[in-house]
Write a protein that binds this ligand. Sequence first.
Ligand SMILES: NC(=O)c1ccc[n+]([C@@H]2O[C@H](COP(=O)([O-])OP(=O)(O)OC[C@H]3O[C@@H](n4cnc5c(N)ncnc54)[C@H](OP(=O)(O)O)[C@@H]3O)[C@@H](O)[C@H]2O)c1
Length: 309
Amino acid sequence: MNVKMKAVVINEYGDNDVIEYNSVDRPEPDAGEVLVKVHAAGVNPVDWKIRGGLGQRLGMSLPIHLGGEIAGTIETLGEGVSEFQVGDAVYGIIGSGGFAEYALAKAGDIALKPANLGFTEAAAIPLGALTAWQAIFDLAKLSSGQRLLITNSSGGVGSLAVQLAKAGGAHVTAVASAHNEDYVRGLGADDFIDYRTRRFEEVAHDIDVVFDTVGGDTFDRAFPPLRKGGFLVTAVAFPKDEAKAYGVGAARVFCKPDADQLASIRHLVEAGKLKGHVAKVFPLANIKEALALSEEGRTRGKIILQIQG
Ligand SMILES: NC(=O)c1ccc[n+]([C@@H]2O[C@H](COP(=O)([O-])OP(=O)(O)OC[C@H]3O[C@@H](n4cnc5c(N)ncnc54)[C@H](OP(=O)(O)O)[C@@H]3O)[C@@H](O)[C@H]2O)c1
């Protein structure tokens, strides 16, 4: 008889009414995979976007097991896995199935979690930190001494981008709401712009790199602050020819798993240079509430599901 576990599943696209909290078969790892006992999972905008139809556009097929960011312990090793031992505490991003008591991960996609963090705090790190790392360092080539402007510095991605950029020696201009000024300055931001009362493009000049995680009108306004030859990287929009007119570069980041980067991120966390902020913790059964809160788009830091003790 198959071992059962609780998991969050959708059988159709739609709003929170399509969310099912079901008893399903616990998966078995294939070669190169591990089964992770999930202690905590990060809730991200991509989860309700997949629920709402993005899953189809990404080529996922129904039923979809939601959840892509986890922290937990290795329960079972698939054939040929030598990176980990049963019981190792790990964190990382996976394609799907993270909102469950157990989840499969490719061994090469995850890494040991920071030793100084509990699982709840560790689950707040991987997606935001990998996205920020790949955006500002891999794509935009941000280097020490350069000036970075982040259009949403208080969210799950931006709050980690501020800290990574500071750890890399950059000067950071943080855009956020006034009620988050102390928070983002506490993360290391040098300059602050309240986006509700000022237009950042009228205040900021000679910026080397802009990192945008807002999109829409904010993306359109994110070019003027750049110096000639600067770079705009966005996690939300799809740059077309706008960059040419401004004499800058532009790219969209598509966050992908990277165990080496997760290991570097772990070292920064353990050195006290990077921390996640947990905004609210829900039990797995309250997944609809957690997704609804994420969808409001007002979270400071990260929403976490507490799954196994
Ligand atoms: N391409 C990729 O690989 C990738 C990876 C990760 C995330 N993303 C995308 O990046 C976006 C951000 O993700 P996230 O997890 O950081 O979001 P989030 O945590 O939900 O962002 C919430 C924060 O955004 C702030 N905010 C709302 N409107 C704003 C505006 N107009 N200007 C500045 N700040 C604003 C809110 O603060 P106030 O309301 O208090 O101002 C709140 O603190 C999402 O669309 C997500 O899907 C893409």
